[in-house]
Design a protein around this ligand. Structure first.
Ligand code: NOJ
Length: 530
């Protein structure tokens, strides 16, 4: 929301900016757009700290703007998905303000996790850690200033977790879900879904002091991917099934295996889920193949479509992730010098891979421009709570959230109508990456995305779930066939791969001759009999 386009000249993206740029999304060829939170918020965590789930922050617009957005997007054939943050509220939400005022043991505190501390009250109630660093508990003081109970926050202290066993919470969020479905949204993205239930009694998790929040490693955690989460998802599914049209939920769930992920998309739960294992895989054929196989195998039994994603507003952009020496296993950016030309080349190849796989694909704004991570933002510009919470050791996620470059030769690159500074500074070299510049270049990354998304709709081979690996006998190649003679070949090795006899090239991520160069992908039309 904050980084797409600004219409009112305050340097912050807004609903008006999104409306004005809808034609870009329609021309790109996406089916739907998902908007990160636009609700009233003190912005301690980029809007994921909400004070009113049924309104729009004045910095982003009004409910009337949202209604207009829905109408205009639908007119262009683009569906709209909103963000549902139900693990926590803002500390300034009326529920939490009332809980603080009402004191220990009150019904108001029952909506959250207030507990007495250990060791006479001075130590947190258990050893749970926060996603942004440090303990997951903060102590409050009584109106008279005496130290009092602690409250749980899986994320920043400004984001107290709600207790889903409390009927007031259940009812409150039912109303929120209905509010947005009644307004006509097509889908809901569920934030931090695995955090929403906690093991009874809130037992220790066994986290060492200073442990990193790494949820994909956790099995049988008392505060992550607890089975009671699924009762919440079933509740929402039952609500949305009562609405006309194809309303869809998508969960954000970083859990430890594809099998655990598949539980979020059982027939009476969510329709789809982000698949972060794909995003977190290094640019290595064997790792990507493992993730693809595990995803397909886990989701097939529950009848849910697989999905694929390469970047998000929470992860370093994949151009930059792929620009360095690739680790053997899952991991974020690795150290060593970045070669952004290599990173972009791989990113373009990864896009053709992503869009050729069966199921849904999620794109993060700006990846269609091949934007790299901005790794050198001045520290006084950083806004991600991770920066402060980590004692200035982890810069956080601002580098992937830098406002988009639309046009012109200098910042703000058409992001905002005036010369006001965007909320995060844009690198001057993004002049070469604007939508305007890339629209005029048939070889640009934007042109590649547009062509790939158009073909993805048109080619019969890309419809349906058919998928078969072609045994290529080379561990550095990904080669597969979909239906109706469609094939995809990705060369992740160091040597060119002969193309003779493999089919007719339809689209490639970098120029190909009779060979497929390293770090290149090609879509092929094949003899359907082969
Ligand atoms: C996941 C969101 O994507 C992220 O941006 C946010 O900080 C956390 N959930 C907490 O809401």
């Amino acid at each position: 929301m904050r980084s797409f386009a600004d219409s009112n000249g305050d340097g912050l993206g807004d609903v008006g900016g999104l409306r004005a740029r809808l034609p870009h999304l329609a021309e790109l060829g996406v089916d739907a757009l998902w908007v990160t939170p636009w609700y009233p918020s003190p912005m301690a965590d980029g809007g994921y700290d909400i004070t009113d789930h049924r309104d729009v922050d004045p910095r982003f617009g009004t409910l009337a703007d949202v209604d207009a957005l829905l109408e205009e997007a639908h007119g262009l054939g683009v569906r709209v998905v909103v963000d549902l943050v139900a693990n926590h509220t803002s500390e300034q939400h009326p529920w939490f303000v009332a809980a603080l005022a009402a004191g220990p043991g009150s019904a108001e505190r029952g909506r959250y996790f207030f507990r007495d501390g250990r060791a006479g009250g001075d130590q947190p109630p258990n050893d749970w850690i926060s996603a942004f660093g440090g303990p997951a508990w903060t102590r409050v003081t009584s109106p008279g200033g005496a130290p009092e109970q602690w409250y749980l926050h899986t994320f920043a202290p400004e984001q107290p977790d709600v207790d889903w066993s409390d009927p007031q919470v259940q009812q409150g969020y039912d109303d929120v879900v209905r509010f947005w479905l009644d307004r006509g949204v097509d889908g809901i993205r569920v934030d931090a879904a695995p955090a929403m239930a906690k093991a009874p009694g809130l037992p220790d998790a066994g986290h060492a002091p200073g442990a990193r929040f790494d949820s994909h490693l956790w099995q049988d955690s008392p505060h992550w991917d607890v089975d009671e989460v699924h009762a919440i998802l079933r509740r929402w599914r039952a609500i949305s099934d009562g609405y006309p049209g194809d309303r869809a939920f998508v969960t954000e769930a970083v859990v430890h295996s594809a099998e655990r992920l598949s539980r979020y998309v059982r027939p009476d739960e969510m329709h789809t889920t982000f698949n972060f294992d794909f995003l977190h895989a290094p640019w290595r054929a064997e790792r990507l193949r493992q993730v693809i196989d595990a995803t397909l195998a886990a989701l097939r039994p529950v009848g849910a479509p697989p999905t694929w994603v390469l970047s998000s507003h929470d992860d370093p952009r994949h151009v930059t992730r792929y620009s360095r020496e690739q680790p053997a296993e899952r991991g974020g950016p690795v150290s060593g010098p970045a070669d952004l030309a290599v990173g972009l080349r791989r990113a373009r190849a990864a896009t053709l891979l992503l869009l050729a796989l069966p199921g849904g694909a999620y794109l993060y704004q700006g990846e269609e421009l091949g934007l790299p991570e901005v790794e050198d933002l001045p520290v006084d510009a950083l806004q991600d709570p991770t920066w402060e919470r980590s004692g200035h050791t982890v810069r956080g996620r601002d580098g992937c959230r830098v406002p988009l470059p639309w046009s012109g030769e200098a910042p703000p690159f058409g992001f905002t109508a005036t010369d006001v500074r965007p909320w995060l500074p844009q690198p001057p070299e993004w002049a070469a990456l604007t939508v305007e510049r890339q629209s005029a270049d048939p070889e640009s990354t934007l042109s590649l995305y547009r062509a790939a998304l158009r073909l993805r709709r048109e080619l019969p081979g890309l419809a349906g779930e058919r998928f078969r690996w072609d045994d290529d006998g080379d561990g550095s190649v990904l080669a597969f066939t979909r239906g109706a003679g469609f094939g995809c070949l990705v060369n992740l090795g160091e040597r060119p791969l002969p193309l003779a006899g493999r089919g007719v090239a339809l689209l490639s991520s970098s120029p190909v001759t009779d060979e497929l160069p390293p770090d290149t992908a090609v879509w092929l039309e094949r003899d359907p009999a082969t």
